[in-house]
Design a protein. Structure first.
Length: 93
């Protein structure tokens, strides 16, 4: 059995913080990320990253391929000086 908990709180402005997870019969995968900045550009970059991670996860890719391909998407679309920091993990059940 897995219990997963998170806390969301209203923000004063749009930002780039994300929390995402997927739970299936075999694993729990979690990502916690923060795109640089606190405006729409950061939110768009964070959305691009989460979308990239989810797309690769749904393809059945491992963590290395998920993060590498999501990084490539961010690199291709980020403005100079923009980046995303974060953590991804997979727990085999």
């Amino acid at each position: 059995m897995v219990t997963l908990s998170g806390w969301m709180e209203p923000a004063a402005t749009v930002g780039g913080d994300t929390f995402d997870y997927a739970l299936d019969r075999d694993s729990l995968q979690v990502s916690i990320t923060d795109a640089v900045g606190h405006e729409v550009a950061a939110a768009l970059l964070a959305t691009l990253l989460v979308g990239g991670l989810r797309n690769e996860r749904r393809r059945g890719s491992g963590l290395c391929d998920q993060t590498c391909n999501a990084n490539d998407a961010v690199e291709a679309h980020a403005a100079p000086g923009q980046f995303v920091a974060g953590q991804v993990l997979r727990i085999d059940l």
